[in-house]
Design a protein around this ligand. Structure first.
Ligand code: 5GP
Ligand code: ZN
Length: 111
């Protein structure tokens, strides 16, 4: 049995606030938003984090980032994409996800 939270959201078993979907990618609003626009972009196929991401999935995620940034109205104003990986990266959900954050000027760069 798959106990992954994001797999359950993708499958519709847990309510998510969907903003985008295509063949490979699903995206929904973060339950605890850190910015006016805070979307989580995930591959439909389970993979733990970016270390397991194949080239086709990476391309699909990139296409989705562009589409969602336009859809959410932040493509011109700017936004940030972050993918936390592993223990020291403070990854709390072990299904690859990309945070898209925008809608206001964000705090200074982390790196
Ligand atoms: P991480 O810390 O792994 O990079 O990010 C996990 C994100 O998932 C957090 O920003 C958290 O707010 C979000 N999250 C955790 N549980 C849920 C949930 O049940 N629904 C939604 N939409 N987001 C969640
Ligand atoms: Zn999963």
């Amino acid at each position: 049995m798959n106990d992954c939270l994001f797999c359950k959201i993708i499958a519709g078993e847990i309510p998510g606030n969907k903003v985008y979907e295509d063949d490979r990618v699903y995206a929904f609003r973060d339950i605890n938003p850190q910015a006016p626009v805070h979307v989580l972009i995930v591959p439909k196929k389970h993979m733990d984090n970016i270390l397991e991401c194949d080239a086709e999935t990476a391309a699909a995620l990139t296409d989705a980032i562009r589409a969602i940034a336009r859809q959410e109205g932040v493509a011109e104003s700017g936004f940030r994409v972050i993918s936390n990986c592993g223990h020291d990266g403070a990854q709390s959900v072990k299904h690859l996800h990309i945070h898209l954050l925008g809608g206001k000027a964000l705090p200074e760069r982390m790196a």
